[in-house]
Write a protein that binds this ligand. Structure first.
Ligand code: URA
Length: 435
């Protein structure tokens, strides 16, 4: 077999065998296939696609490229969730302590920011001294001890995805459904969880732009899980506007802490509850959504979910006092309020433009090696559907140390993220449900 023939075959739109896909993935790992050959194949896949079997072969090849974790000695309801990426998406930071406090052990493997989307690992690392790079044994020991751990993907877990992901990021080959499916599903299966809930996001701030495509991706992931004997559940949610009110690493941790103290934004609550209820029902701890809602509310009211977050922070080297003392976060000491000169309603708030503004202030990376300013970002005062009067503050930008021209660009970007109408816009549901 030769890589060039496999690339040619996909370029002509033909279907691969399992052996061909294994050959490519294995070759990339052992160095017999070059990055540029893999990049050419990835681009051919973007143009010609992979069918369901090829997608499952690729997923399986990723899983088998590294270790597979096993929690069967801890519990048979270990849960993991994964979002396909968004802006202001702090669901994991709220959900994992919440579920763990309700008796669901959580083994959460997370990633760093990618493109304009944020990453849980970066967010957690904004907690001083918090360690996200847990070794497999430490990850497991922590779950046994306190019921939850959140770690970056270790290098020996789906290493083929790690390599291919880095190539996709720089070759404009991220947004293919089969490639996203193989990347996400392989990581979730290799992470050894029994209950896998995926949050498939669509809209301006997501890789997938329409709900129809998100539905196709969710179906593909569920089907791929089934082909590999794993039951996967999926939620489809809108990422047209940022989730919640805070965007940026430290700011999102602060919003998550506030959430667990009971001060929650309704959109964030809706999606946390949707994923929590699916998990609790699959774990046979709740009989339905209504019961799950009661359990979630009581874990927040009693403070047990917040206490679990403190336990996780402490176990991973961070200072749990940060949940009471937000000064420990080093949130940008410079701020600027963006105001509107319109009367009416916010008809649109573009998640991508808000993410771009935050990135310009230092909240994200352009290159892998870039350093992030954890304290950069923004807090939204107005979201889609809100009434506004001229002079109202739309959002506040935060930054520490950034060049004047970037600050000005960020201000323009943030201002242009808002569109207005004279009457209240139609309410677009956050969670997509089929009729
Ligand atoms: N998240 C992943 O882990 N992989 C993708 O391809 C997209 C989002």
């Amino acid at each position: 077999m030769r890589a060039v023939d496999i690339i040619q075959k996909k370029k002509e739109g033909k279907t691969h065998t399992k052996e061909e896909i294994d050959f490519l993935v294995q070759g990339l790992l052992d160095g017999t296939i070059e990055d540029y050959q893999m990049a050419a194949w990835l681009m051919a896949v973007c143009f010609k696609g992979l069918d369901d079997d090829e997608t499952a072969y690729l997923t399986e090849a990723f899983i088998n490229s590294g270790d597979i974790l096993d929690f069967s000695d801890i519990s048979n309801i270990v849960a993991d969730k994964h979002s396909t990426g968004g802006v202001g998406d702090k669901v994991t930071i709220v959900l994992i302590p919440l579920l763990a406090s309700l008796g669901v052990p959580c083994a959460k493997l997370s990633g760093r920011g990618l493109g304009y989307t944020g990453g849980t690992v970066d967010k957690l690392e904004s907690i001083p001294n918090f360690v996200c790079s847990l070794k497999d044994e430490d990850f497991k020991t922590q779950i046994k001890k306190i019921g939850a751990a959140i770690s970056a993907q270790t290098p020996n877990l789906t290493p083929a995805d790690g390599k291919i992901y880095a190539l996709r990021d720089v070759t404009a080959t991220v947004d293919n459904k089969s490639l996203i499916c193989a990347s996400v599903v392989s990581k979730k299966i290799a992470s050894g969880a029994d209950i896998i809930v995926l949050d498939v996001k669509y809209g301006a701030g997501a890789f997938i732009k329409t709900k129809e495509e998100a539905k196709e991706l969710a179906d593909l992931m569920i089907k791929t899980g089934a082909k590999l004997n794993r039951k996967i559940s999926a939620v489809i949610s809108s990422m047209e506007q940022p989730l919640g009110t805070h965007i940026g690493n430290s700011l999102e941790i602060i919003e998550s802490i506030e959430f667990l103290k009971g001060n929650f934004n309704k959109d964030l609550y809706e999606i946390v509850l949707e994923i929590a209820s699916k998990t609790l029902v699959l774990a046979h701890l709740a009989k339905d959504y209504k019961e799950a809602d009661k359990m979630v509310k009581s874990a927040i009211k009693s403070g047990s979910a917040l206490n679990k977050l403190k336990e996780i922070i402490k176990a991973q080297g961070g200072n749990p006092d940060c949940t009471d003392d937000y000064k420990l976060f080093n949130v940008g000491e410079n701020k600027f309020e963006i105001k509107t000169d319109k009367d009416g309603y916010v008809s649109k708030l573009d998640a991508l433009l808000i993410a771009k503004a935050c990135k310009l202030l230092g909240a994200g990376r352009d290159k892998k090696s870039d350093l992030i300013d954890f304290g950069a970002g923004c807090i939204l005062n107005k979201k889609t559907g809100d009434k506004v009067n001229a002079g109202d503050t739309l959002l506040t930008l935060f930054w520490n140390n950034i060049k004047e021209e970037k600050i000005n660009e960020a201000k323009e970007c943030a201002q242009s993220a808002f569109e207005y109408s004279s009457t209240a816009p139609e309410n677009i549901p956050l969670i997509y449900k089929e009729d």
